[in-house]
Ligand binder design. Structure first.
Ligand code: AMP
Length: 271
């Protein structure tokens, strides 16, 4: 990949990178479309990064759909799909890991130890391998966005991190590869995440500024759903992930599937 990227750079072509773990859906494709409109060449990486999964998480059953992914990406006009194997990315002698402090520590960072170290390491490697001008990430993974922005600055990458809005189903459920795990009843139950975020945005904009009351309201809506169990629901600053702030972030178990979602309460909830 590096040789191709270097050649493009020598030719004066701009490069956009869209990192993914595959099983592509319209959320991923919105990043791809934006990257294609901003850059001369777009690279999409597909790599289910083993080191960002904890023990007992879903690495072994993470959905894949390589043929369909490649078809979608070729129709979208991407110039290259980078699909390294785990053996190439992490040979036994490779011992370097990238650890971001501060923003990577609370919430996902504390509930999924090692997760952001895995994310930061793979993102740093993908930036090195593809030499992009810009890299595209989804607001759906808000804390990941904050971690990657920190990393891009701290490591002097010179890469611009562009963030694309969360793509949702008509009912409001954020698209996620993990939605494929949900049964029909669970699909319905998963609606409680966006219902809670919508309620909070409306309440905030109607003048409710008491963040603990907003948080309680969010928890109440999710707890009313029998199949749901809250991992966290917080109102944080979108850059530091410290409380308080106007970004509502949620992680909720629906049965055995862990879903995340977020919304800046100062913005109208879409749909
Ligand atoms: P993943 O394959 O889950 O690692 O996601 C790859 C990229 O797509 C990440 O930057 C995600 O934040 C982004 N993404 C995933 N779901 C959505 C969505 N529903 N809307 C927008 N971006 C998304």
């Amino acid at each position: 990949m590096l040789d191709t990227s270097r050649r493009w750079r020598r030719e004066g072509l701009s490069i956009g990178l869209v990192p993914t773990m595959g099983a592509l859906h319209a959320g991923h494709m919105s990043l791809v479309a934006k990257a294609c409109s901003d850059n001369d060449r777009v690279v999409v990486s597909i790599f289910v990064n083993p080191i960002q999964f904890g023990a007992g998480e879903d690495l072994d059953r993470y959905p894949t759909n390589e043929g369909r992914d490649l078809d979608l990406l070729s129709k979208a006009g991407v110039a290259a799909v980078y699909m390294p194997t785990a053996a190439v990315m992490y040979p036994p002698e490779a011992t370097t890991r990238v650890r971001v402090g501060g923003v990577a520590e609370p919430l996902e960072g504390s509930l999924r130890p090692g997760h952001f170290e895995g994310v930061a390491t793979v993102v740093a490697k993908l930036l090195s391998a593809t030499q992009p001008d810009r890299a595209y990430f989804g607001q759906k993974d808000a804390q990941q966005v904050a971690v990657v922005k920190r990393l891009a600055l701290d490591l002097d990458t010179g890469v611009e991190i562009r963030v694309c809005p969360t793509v949702r189903e008509p009912g409001g459920l954020a698209l996620s590869s993990r939605n494929a795990y949900l049964g029909a009843d669970e699909q319905k139950a998963a609606g409680c995440l966006c219902r809670a975020l919508r309620w909070a945005a409306e309440a905030y904009q109607a003048g409710e500024q008491d963040l603990s009351r907003l948080r309680e309201g969010i928890l109440e809506i999710i707890r009313a759903e029998p199949l749901a169990r809250v991992a966290y629901a917080e109102l944080v600053d979108p850059d530091t992930f410290e409380t308080p702030g106007s970004l509502a972030v949620l992680a909720v178990w629906i049965g055995k599937t862990r879903l995340i979602d977020n919304h800046d309460l100062a913005q109208a909830f879409p749909g």
